[in-house]
Ligand binder design. Structure first.
Ligand code: NAD
Ligand code: NAG
Ligand code: NAG
Ligand code: NAG
Ligand code: NAG
Length: 351
């Protein structure tokens, strides 16, 4: 089978990482980098590939790719994805899918018309611990899922909120849109669509508009119920980054951040302990603890490999455009619930 030709759009912080991943994949060929800034030309020359200053130039060139990875600033995702998909180019859009729901809905509809394969880069789905958790949940090993309890708590330093990123003090810089969106995508991945959310806002310590934390409850379409505590103003080892060690700048603790309860057993992530009763299923029986094996892997590499398979029709797209938009819709519902002390019901959606 011929290699899938890739362009990487945007050569800032994350673009180069995707470009190197593509360059190293045996089924992919990196044909171009698109970025009007000098970093684009520099990265292209380093990786011995073509450089274009705009998508229009790329599309008109002999290097028109089969696929593109969109690594441009958030507010450009919708126009960039529209332009690429109009040219019949399959796309992997870095998260967030869009910065607002109406433009996200328009893009979703547009992508449907163009028929390209579109994925959203919520790469935590490809984290080895999450791959294992998904396998356990889907296998029936812990029975029918009844409930989930999640935690994302840590302490962000003061300079995180200072220039040039003082926008993080604003209403769009709080933990819901920045951090909870990843958790919502993982909840979607493990347990499917969410029907209702309720939120209680945590006490703020910094005095900014951005929310610092909340206690949340969820009801999923499947009937599963969930609770979640999120906060960025408390020193704590209980969060995805510390637990998995995925982000090299955040020390790994291995501490558990999800507990998933089934009719047969309880699973905790990322230690992947499966607790069940020996013999008769009753609280009086002793516990047996199994540890599910986790295969080491680099999420970005798995994500590109999956994108190639999705383009070739060999795998069902994992984190579709619908799922990217749905994560944003759930986060907006959480924000409304927080501000209004309300329970929000979502319009039904597919993933
Ligand atoms: N999945 C992850 O872990 C992860 C991590 C970091 C960033 N991201 C996402 O990736 C995206 C990019 O983040 P970043 O930190 O690399 O941003 P960045 O600002 O460092 O880089 C963006 C680059 O895009 C270029 N650009 C802007 N408009 C363009 C256009 N129309 N065509 C081509 N190039 C254009 C800019 O010149 C810049 O070099 C964001 O949406 C962010 O949310 C995801
Ligand atoms: C948008 O992109 C930046 C990277 O430049 C990221 O840190 C931030 O979380 C994103 N903003 C939102 C609101 O998702
Ligand atoms: C998504 O990808 C993960 C990781 O490779 C895999 O375990 C899972 O089964 C995939 N899901 C779908 C719906 O393809
Ligand atoms: C709170 O509720 C009102 C009325 O339903 C709504 O207009 C407003 O947008 C809500 N607040 C937020 C932050 O969504
Ligand atoms: C929600 O509750 C808080 C704390 O009790 C209160 O200050 C706030 O006014 C309430 N908001 C609404 C919209 O009722």
């Amino acid at each position: 089978m011929s290699k899938v030709k890739f362009a990487v759009i945007g050569a800032g912080l994350i673009g180069p990482r995707h470009a190197r991943t593509v360059a190293a994949d045996p089924d992919a060929e990196l044909v171009a980098i698109v970025d009007p800034m000098p970093g684009g030309a520099k990265l292209a020359s380093e990786l011995s590939t073509a450089h274009y200053k705009s998508i229009a130039d790329l599309v008109a060139s002999p290097d028109k790719p089969d696929a593109a990875i969109i690594c441009t600033p958030n507010h450009t995702h919708v126009p960039v994805a529209t332009e690429l998909s109009d040219a019949g180019i399959n796309i992997l859009i870095e998260k967030p899918f869009s910065t607002d729901i109406p433009s996200g809905k328009n893009l979703l509809e547009h992508l449907g018309k163009t028929g390209v394969t579109a994925l959203v880069g919520h790469h935590r789905r490809f984290n080895p611990y999450m791959v294992a958790a998904k396998k356990i949940v889907d296998s029936g090993k812990i029975g029918t899922i009844i409930a989930i309890n999640g935690i994302w708590t840590l302490y962000k330093p003061d300079d995180y909120f200072q220039p040039p990123t003082e926008w993080r003090q604003s209403s769009t810089g709080g933990v819901i849109l920045i951090n909870m969106i990843h958790e919502v995508d993982l909840l979607h991945y493990l347990l499917g669509p969410i029907l209702t959310v309720h939120a209680e806002k945590a006490i703020s310590r910094r005095g900014f508009v951005a929310e610092e934390g909340a206690a949340l409850t969820f009801r999923f379409k499947s009937g599963v119920v969930g609770t979640f505590v999120i906060a960025d103003n408390v020193p704590s080892p209980y969060n995805f980054e510390s637990g998995t060690g995925e982000n090299p700048t955040i020390p790994k603790t291995g501490a558990d951040f999800y507990r998933i309860f089934g009719t047969e057993a309880a699973l905790s992530v990322p230690d992947m302990s499966i607790w069940s009763h020996e013999g008769v299923k009753t609280w009086l029986s002793p516990f047996k603890k199994e540890t599910y094996p986790v295969q080491d892997a680099v999420p970005f590499e798995l994500q590109v490999r999956h994108f190639i398979k999705a383009i070739r029709g060999q795998e069902k797209p994992n984190c579709t455009a619908q799922a990217g938009l749905a994560a944003l819709m759930v986060c907006e519902a959480i924000r409304t619930a927080l501000d209004n002390n309300s329970t929000e019901t979502l319009e039904p959606y597919e993933l």
